[in-house]
Write a protein that binds this ligand. Sequence first.
Ligand SMILES: Nc1ncnc2c1ncn2[C@@H]1O[C@H](COP(=O)(O)OP(=O)(O)OP(=O)(O)O)[C@@H](O)[C@H]1O
Ligand SMILES: [Mg+2]
Length: 469
Amino acid sequence: MQFKDLVDKDFFKDILDNCNNGINIADINGRVVFSNKVSASYVGEQPESMVGKMITDFYPKAVLLSVLKYKHLIHDKEIHHVGGKKYMLNSFPIFMKGKFVGAYSIFKDVNDIDALDKKIKTLELQRMLNSTESDFVSIIGKEGSLNEVLKSAKKTVGSLAGPRHSIIIGESGTGKTMLAKMIHSYAIKVGVLNKNAPFVEVNCAQYTNPDIAAVEIFGSEQGAYTGARQKKGLFEQANGGILFLDEAHALDQYQNILLKAIESGKIRRVGGSKEINVDVIIIAASTKNLKNELLPELYQRLAQYELTLPSLQERSLDEKIDLLNYFVKKYENAVIKNRNIKFKVILSPLCKDVLLKAHYPRNIRQMRDVINLSIDAASPLISEIHDGEEIIAHVELEHLPFELFNEHISNERNSIKNNIINSHIESVIDELSRQGLGPRKISKILEAKGYNIEYYKVAYHLKKKKSVP
Ligand SMILES: Nc1ncnc2c1ncn2[C@@H]1O[C@H](COP(=O)(O)OP(=O)(O)OP(=O)(O)O)[C@@H](O)[C@H]1O
Ligand SMILES: [Mg+2]
């Protein structure tokens, strides 16, 4: 007997049962002729008990019905089925010897795919919001506080005498990584580096074990230590491009090897004897003054240009306004692109004022994060929006993170700490909040009762309560 002779009805039934998709076959009257296990499991049935009954008993909105009516196939139709489950479906008419006898559907539960798609979109949105600029065009302050430093930055790679190593100093979040990336793209733009020149980033503070650091930075040869493989280090990977040594004050005992590599243009892998030529521009960044941290010879080699970025506090109010508008626009654009909705952010004047006057120890990065969080707080959830919808996020004081709010309130002369809200008013506020009223409504009701308490003070009280465990 040949294999093809084994292929009988039961054989195909087994295959259909083991298939990952749901399958229904119905006759021209819409009665189930066959449903596989997956289809039955979607509706909590056994396949045998579905046979002979109407398909609509199990799938009230079965697309198959329309195939039975019009005798046309339906391809990749997304349907919403009872219970909120979503299926992607193909449905086909069945003809036997030219006669129309019924229809079948093959469908897949796409809820998992949907959830995954949403997750990917969210990750993509996060990436867009947190991305670091890498071109000189989008940088805020290019005509202001960063004017001089940007000119020097261009010179590091664009001067007639050829590219030089450089140092970038600035407090955390002032744009050091951004500036290094800009130097890289500028070097490519002016042809000092070729189009695919690498930008390799090393955080020198990440290595607690100096031997691992050496292998990572300089590479290793097979057998250099037990289990060692032949491996290119980051230095070699940066060949022909830029090696960005972030937190360079943590270079420690590698300073000598680094100095040698810079002076000779050659490195040696750990455990190797061969010298390898490397042509790398080094940018070292730090929050500390590297003059006090590095060996004088190494410092001198790297500090051919020393670029210092100002803290956010040192920037003008106009620049802070530009930064604020820039991050708001960036959020809007990311959401519009990612979520397929119309999206606008409106900051209340008071909220803007607080955002601009706040103290940000982690500088521009922190300001960016605070703006993003506040817009998050004022926006609906993903599950509440629909394609093409128009959404306006009104950002009010109560949407700001608690610390900022706190700072603002304690800066106020008529502060809440002066017991403007006494325990009686507190209990009224708590009661109204329990009834589901927001700070604005509560403030209005209090006003009608003769207590003049601004809404943001009410919001402060409620937030403070929430933050006390
Ligand atoms: N002048 C600017 N214009 C626009 N965006 C900026 C500016 N300066 C910084 N940013 C943005 O602020 C964020 C933080 O910048 P970056 O990561 O470069 O700071 P950093 O000094 O490297 O911080 P860290 O010390 O934490 O490594 C990035 O998203 C960057 O794009
Ligand atoms: Mg950085």
